[in-house]
Design a binder for this molecule. Sequence first.
Ligand SMILES: [Mg+2]
Ligand SMILES: [Zn+2]
Length: 182
Amino acid sequence: MKAAFLDRDGVINIDHAYVGRWEDFEFVPGAIEAMRRLHRAGYALVVVTNQSGIARGKYSEADFLRLTAQMSEFLLTQQVPLAAVEYCPHLPDGQVAEYRQNCDCRKPAPGMILRAARNLQLDLSLSVLFGDKPSDIEAAQAAGLGRAFLLAKDGLGDPPDLPELAPERFGSLALAVSALLA
Ligand SMILES: [Mg+2]
Ligand SMILES: [Zn+2]
């Protein structure tokens, strides 16, 4: 089984910074349709999201899980089933003691991707990632993914220097998915 790994904030929903409630969750235009196309093309959809807002005390882990359930249920009504949502609630200098740690899951570390690969028996070399930050692409490379797409607006600067996995750059998830499935 191959997977499409999707960062959440800035890829699926507009990154309003520390989105912890469904009321503040706004899908990126075209993202739902793009995810539906990935699913129909045989990719398991796996969200991999750093959620340092939990360690920072912006919202609780329970808030995040409630929002995740609401997002997943809504996507299901749109014929977009998520195979997994992997998240990292940690931050080395976070405010909430429980989550203050150096972990192996916060991107650019590959822990979330590797965890999903184990649970879902994924072939990572056939899998792809869509992210909006260099740390997303670094995690993809560290996990050994086949391709990575950096969704970047103009002016973000140069992509990271990753000789093994040069990210393909597009302005949105919809455009990147069209290129992948072309
Ligand atoms: Mg992001
Ligand atoms: Zn973590």
